[in-house]
Structures are given as structure tokens and as C-alpha cells.
Write a protein that binds this ligand. Sequence first.
Ligand code: HEM
Length: 192
Amino acid sequence: MAIPTSKATSKVKIVYDSDEDTSEDVSTTFTICDILRMIAGLGLIWCAMSKFFAGRWLYTPFHSSAAKAFGEGPQIPSHWAGRELPLPFTLNQLSQYTGKGDEPLPILLSVKGHVFDVTKGESFYGKWGAYRKFAGTDCSNLLGYSMWDMSALGKKCSHDLTGLNGKEMERVDSWYKYFSKKYPEIGYLVEE
Ligand code: HEM
């Protein structure tokens, strides 16, 4: 019986078969240290992605701001108290509500012509947010892209959904549902 030594290293051995050369096996060995290093690397990538997309260093899907907000339901911010909602906005008026102006205005965006107050999502839509281009406008066309298609963020925003296929329209609709659950709808888009 083999007696375990104090220097315990768990090894994963991968052997590649080669049709051409059967005389020698090529093998790669990972020690526990290598595996821990890989996990640490993946953790760092996750943290960097969390910071970029969700505005916090550790994004956990089950404790996301969205999940919390869904439980509470969207609250109308005090900025709109006394106003008769929903309010009409032209694209020009909407463009003032990016959160970047001198006045401390709320951050608004429109999805399929429905205007949401997304001020509580400032980490996404504020000056340094990954989705700041969505603020003060209607980027419904970009919401038709898959989440993994980063090229969407470099494209021009439009409320015009002409030319979107069924799958893309489904994505836009499901984003609309997402926004309605998370953010208060305070207005609607009108022609200039
Ligand atoms: C590698 C690609 C992407 C990753 C890893 C990513 C990651 C994330 C994460 C972690 C959130 C936060 C969700 C939450 O808090 O519940 C988020 C939200 C969001 N993402 Fe992305 N995203 C990616 C690409 C995109 C693209 C291409 C678009 C647009 C077409 C997009 C649009 C959005 C929107 C609108 C939100 C909602 C923000 C909010 O809750 O107000 N994402 N994303």
C-alpha cells in the first residue's frame, strides 16, 4: 500500500493522442497551485467585468440591484411630485436628461417610446456608466442586439425599429418588460 507523503500535490494529467507519432505521449500536468491561479484569474476577470457593466466590483446575479428593485416595485422619484404623469417628451427635450448637465436633473431614457426615470441606475447611465449612451434618448434599436454582441454599444441609437426581425423584436420587448419592472415610467415620446 502506498504511504501518502506530507508534500501533497493533486495532479491532473491530460494525454493527447497523435496519429502521426505514437512513440511519445505529450502530457500537460496541472498542480493544485495552477488550478488556484486559474480560479484567481477568472475571479479577477469577473470583478473587472462587474465593475465595467454593473458599476460594482462584485456583481452577484441573485443579489443584483434589479432583483431588489423588482421586489419593491418602481417608486416615482420626488422630482416628479405634483406633475401630472405620464408626461410627453420630444427627443430634444429628453436629451437634457442625461444627468451630465449643470442642473441636477434626473436621468431619463426611452424604450419603445416609453420614458423611464433611470436615475437610480446612475452607475449604468451616468457619466462613467457602461450604458451612458442610452441616457437622454431612445436606443430601442440597440436593445434588439444580443447581450454578447458588444458592437451594439458602438452603433447609433434610434427609436425606429423598422427592419428588426422577430427574434430582435422579442429582445426589445423583453428589455421593455425589464425596464417596466425596475424603473418608474414617467412619460412617453412624442414627435418634435
Ligand atoms: C459582454 C457583454 C455584456 C456583459 C458581460 C453585460 C453585463 C451586464 C450586467 C452584469 C448587467 C447588470 C444587470 C443587473 O444589475 O441586474 C447588465 C445590464 C444591462 N446591460 Fe449588459 N452586458 C453586456 C452587453 C450588453 C449589450 C451589448 C447591451 C445593449 C445592447 C447591454 C445592455 C444592458 C442594459 C440595458 C442593462 C440594464 C441596466 C439596468 O439595469 O438599468 N449589455 N449588463
